[in-house]
Design a protein around this ligand. Structure first.
Ligand SMILES: Cc1cc2nc3c(=O)[nH]c(=O)nc-3n(C[C@H](O)[C@H](O)[C@H](O)COP(=O)(O)OP(=O)(O)OC[C@H]3O[C@@H](n4cnc5c(N)ncnc54)[C@H](O)[C@@H]3O)c2cc1C
Length: 325
């Protein structure tokens, strides 16, 4: 019996959220007295895979089939299911990304397993396999007991620190699930676009700088972009901003947009409506800049600046640039 972790790549490197999943997988394996293997698909550098040893992964099964460079759910499920069978994996660990959540659900059906998404804790294994899930957009926690033989866990992003288990390099083995064209023909539209702002993937970013309608128009977005650049952050926006075509829709965060959990979320000229908060309230630190001291966002903020964005943000950009020198 082993633990299998699915790791995702971006630009050839392992995503941060997958390093978190690998850390989680290794810690579960330790609890269960077994080893953690990873499975990787598509375009990932082999040296990045070998470095998963630092998170405690002993072996990586790598399917480099170029048809898998874009996400195709059924094909991914076939590869991971075969890896799980080969490794006799009873615990499968994913990041709670779009891909992880989609594949995890399909695998639960295929392997007759139990699935827990948005998991924030290691399992309690005395008398069951109980994990804590973040529910209702991070407003509450639920404990669930996974009772099936196969347990599938999607780990909430940024819920745990990436550990360095320091156990050297993982061995990387070529792996193939003998996919046929039919595996791809079945789901021709399931392709996830990897959108980036300034080279930083919004869903993976440590820092997000986000702008709302308070910025008045797209011509003022240099304030968001310059601050993001100075901090190495991704850019985001509120829904009306995307609806008005000031920014592309893939930057819209919230209940109907992307959910982010960076270490730092800076909201500029955003009121803090509940639908916006639903997508950002698991950020570790929230900084709000708003000229209205009664703006609801201040209630969710760790730090707040009451002031005009057009005065405040240029000063922040200057300070962030000075830090870099
Ligand atoms: C079903 C549904 C789903 C929704 N999903 C989402 C979602 O996913 N994401 C989302 O964002 N919204 C969503 N909304 C919309 C949400 O309710 C709000 O309308 C929206 O978030 C408001 O965007 P905003 O804060 O940018 O604009 P506004 O509400 O117009 O707020 C602008 C803010 O900027 C401040 N401001 C103005 N000028 C300045 C200045 N010079 N300097 C500093 N501050 C200034 C104002 O004080 C104000 O607080 C949804 C709504 C519904 C009904």
């Amino acid at each position: 019996m082993s633990v299998l972790v699915f790791v995702e790549g971006f630009n050839g490197e392992i995503k941060k959220s997958s390093l978190e999943a690998a850390t989680y997988g290794y810690q579960v394996a330790q609890q269960l007295g077994t080893t953690a293997t990873a499975v990787a698909i598509g375009e990932v550098h082999e040296d990045a895979l070998a470095k998963l040893g630092e998170q405690g992964i002993s072996k990586v099964l790598y399917d480099a089939d170029s048809r898998l460079n874009n996400f195709v759910a059924d094909a991914y499920v076939k590869v991971i299911a075969k890896a799980a069978q080969q490794e006799n994996a009873k615990v499968l660990v994913f990041s709670n990304s779009n891909i992880g959540a989609a594949v995890g659900a399909k695998l639960a059906v295929r392997l007759n397993g139990s699935l827990a998404t948005n998991v924030t804790t290691l399992p309690k294994t005395d008398g069951g396999f109980i994990v804590t899930r973040s529910v209702f957009s991070g407003k509450a926690f639920a404990e669930v007991n996974l009772t099936s033989d196969v347990k599938i866990i999607a780990v909430k992003k940024n819920a745990l620190e990436i550990a360095n288990a320091g156990s050297g390099a993982a061995t990387v083995e070529k792996f193939s699930a003998d996919l046929t064209d039919a595996d791809f023909a079945a789901a021709p539209k399931e392709t996830i676009m990897q959108d980036t702002s300034g080279g930083v993937l919004l869903t993976e970013a440590e820092i997000v700088v986000s702008g709302g309608r308070g910025l008045k128009g797209p011509e003022n977005w240099h304030l968001v972009e310059d601050l993001a650049k100075a901090l190495g952050a991704a850019t985001a926006c509120s829904k009306p901003v995307a609806d008005l075509d000031w920014r592309p829709h893939h930057e819209h965060v919230g209940q109907t947009g992307i959910a982010v959990s960076p270490n730092l979320y800076i909201a500029i000229g955003i009121s803090g409506a509940i639908q916006h908060l639903a997508g950002v309230n698991s950020s570790k630190v929230i900084v709000v800049i708003n000229k209205d001291p009664e703006a609801p966002f201040f209630k969710a903020a760790d730090y707040g600046i009451v002031g005009d964005a057009f005065d405040v943000v240029p000063k922040l950009i200057e300070a962030a640039r000075a830090l870099d020198k």
